[in-house]
Design a protein around this ligand. Structure first.
Ligand SMILES: [Zn+2]
Length: 331
């Protein structure tokens, strides 16, 4: 009887546990395949970058090319075309290298070259964690694609008249990118000029609308501009757009007795872009619809993907969004 019981327990163990070990072992070994990104000790000739981790406050030193894999994974959907991912890799490498060679450019993150906050520098995420969050059927393919985008462009950077550029980029321009000078005071860069950017309406974030009451609208503005005088019952006449930038964004608008720049208005109402319009379908409702996502300067990621889908390689994509530049390699 004891023997039979022992036999039954053994069979149950084999039937239930063995498949788990096999499947678990397969998944583990497959998912452990060369995903390393965390603070790999640098080789003697490697270029290293100090990265300020915005969520923890620590500074981690990484090899530049390893860092870039985490940037491309965080900055661009892995489903995008390989040539778009390569354009992102080169833009992000140039962005990082510009901050390595100009180490005094920013003192705001504990002396590190870059941080992981996409609103300040460029996004980065640990590739191990990215893999676990992706759909399991696509995770390995995504990983290989991102690594390929970085390794196929190894050491390649963008230069203008022999100097490394500051290649800012954004998610979606809404159809036309912006002159740098129209977004940032003193931001006159000859390679950051407004250009047409097609195919961006494929993005689910292309159009964003907020709805606000006249009371909240005026109160929000009065927090920023205490001198504001406006008749909130007559906003149809009190609110108007005065002029537009070359990139088709609102340059200046008037509310009551004050003028506000489109860039400031975007910040105050946390709009996705300064390419916006108003609608007042009813007396107590203001609809503000913004097109695109981001500051609009430099490369549009959705535009880059559209160019890749229509046959452009990464060099052509970069030269579309950054004017009169050359590709070069890190010495
Ligand atoms: Zn930063």
């Amino acid at each position: 009887m004891t023997k039979i019981l022992y036999y039954v327990i053994s069979m149950v163990a084999i039937i239930l546990v063995l498949p788990l070990l096999i499947v678990g072992g397969f998944v583990k070994s497959d998912f452990n395949r060369d995903f390393s990104i965390k603070a790999v000790p640098a080789e003697k000739d490697d270029i290293v970058i100090n990265v300020y981790m915005t969520d923890t406050g620590e500074v981690v030193q990484m090899e530049l090319e390893e860092y870039l894999q985490g940037v491309v994974a965080a900055e661009m959907p892995a489903e995008f075309e390989l040539e778009a991912l390569k354009a992102q890799a080169v833009a992000s490498r140039t962005y990082a290298y510009y901050r390595i060679v100009n180490s005094n450019i920013d003192k705001s993150h504990a002396g590190a070259n870059v941080c992981t906050d996409f609103t300040h520098c460029q996004a980065w995420k640990c590739l191990d964690e990215a893999v676990l969050k992706w759909d399991k059927n696509k995770a390995l393919k995504n990983m290989d694609k991102i690594k390929k985008a970085v390794t196929d462009t190894r050491n390649i950077i963008i230069k203008y008249e022999g100097e490394v550029i500051d290649p800012v980029f954004h998610s979606n321009s809404g159809g036309r990118t912006e002159n740098s000078r129209d977004v940032w005071d003193g931001g006159e860069f000859p390679y950051l000029k407004s250009v047409i950017s097609q195919g961006e309406d494929k993005s689910p974030a292309y159009e964003n609308t907020i709805v606000i009451t006249p009371d909240d609208f005026v109160a929000t503005l009065q927090d920023e501009f205490p001198e504001l005088e406006v008749d909130k019952d007559d906003l149809k006449n009190e609110l108007s757009i005065i002029d537009y930038t070359e990139g088709q964004r609102v340059k200046t608008l008037r509310v009551g007795n004050i003028k506000i720049s489109g860039v400031d208005f975007r910040k105050i109402f946390e709009l996705k872009s300064a390419n916006f319009e108003f609608e007042m379908p009813e007396d107590n409702i203001i609809k503000i619809t913004a097109y695109g996502n981001g500051h609009g300067v430099g490369m549009s990621q959705w535009g880059a993907n559209h160019l890749a889908q229509t046959g452009s390689g990464y060099e052509k994509i970069l030269k579309h969004y950054y004017q009169n530049v050359e590709l070069s390699t890190i010495p």
